[in-house]
Ligand binder design. Structure first.
Ligand SMILES: Cc1cc2nc3c(=O)[nH]c(=O)nc-3n(C[C@H](O)[C@H](O)[C@H](O)COP(=O)(O)O)c2cc1C
Length: 205
């Protein structure tokens, strides 16, 4: 009889232990699944693009600092007819920039590529440009007009010798007509990585 009771006890104990081990295993699996899902959300739903036009490299440097610190892709807005140093000479009344500045209909700059690859995957788009005569350099206009910003957060930034951001972001927002446009930021032409980093990491979007 004693022997039968001992066998029964052993059976009951091992059944209880197996049950515990099994439920622990389920918990571990569940939390693993949750971690995978949230990781997928982080990388899957928060893709960032830094699109920029830069005639002489300053805005490009700022764009690359943003991309580095946000783990973002970059897209350069390139005019089909690129601006040479002569074109950019605003001290010369008959330079290309002066002619375009004086005639609004000549500011319709055709671009090599309008829409970046995988455009739909980006939910945040930084847009960078130099300031020309107090406004966004017009080669960004067709990028803004011809892409669909619906559902995207858009963050303008610019470089300039001394002018502020002014209404440049606001005017681009009106051209686009879509997207959630944030105020944006102006940097000096020779901005440092630390300055860009502290701005971009302080953004709440
Ligand atoms: C045609 C032209 C107009 C400019 N107008 C202004 C201006 O109104 N205010 C200003 O502070 N800087 C002005 N700048 C200086 C540029 O904004 C500055 O050098 C900028 O960092 C250039 O950026 P990028 O190298 O990316 O082209 C102008 C430059 C050019 C070529």
């Amino acid at each position: 009889m004693k022997k039968v009771i001992s066998i029964l006890l052993v059976l009951v104990l091992s059944a209880t232990m197996f049950g515990c081990a099994n439920s622990k295993g389920d918990d571990a699996q569940n939390s693993e699944n949750t971690a995978v899902t949230s990781e997928a959300n982080d990388s899957g739903n928060k893709k960032v693009l830094v699109a920029y036009f830069s005639a002489s490299g300053n805005t490009k440097a700022a764009a690359e600092y943003i991309a580095k610190n946000k783990n973002a892709d970059t897209f350069e807005i390139i005019p089909k007819d690129k601006y040479t140093d002569e074109d950019l000479d605003y001290a010369n009344d008959s330079s290309r920039v002066n002619i375009e500045h004086d005639n609004e209909e000549k500011r319709n700059v055709e671009l090599e590529v309008i829409t970046p690859d995988n455009w739909d995957n980006y939910d945040t788009v930084f847009i960078g440009y130099p300031i020309w005569w107090g406004s966004a350099a017009w080669p960004v206009d067709n990028f803004v007009k011809q892409n669909d910003f619906d559902g995207k957060t858009v963050i303008p930034f610019c470089t300039s010798a001394s002018s502020g951001l002014g209404e440049s972001g606001e005017l681009l927002k009106n051209m686009s007509g879509k997207g959630n446009w944030l105020t944006g930021q102006r940097f000096s032409s020779d901005v440092s990585e630390d300055e860009v980093k502290s701005w971009v990491n302080g953004l709440d979007y």
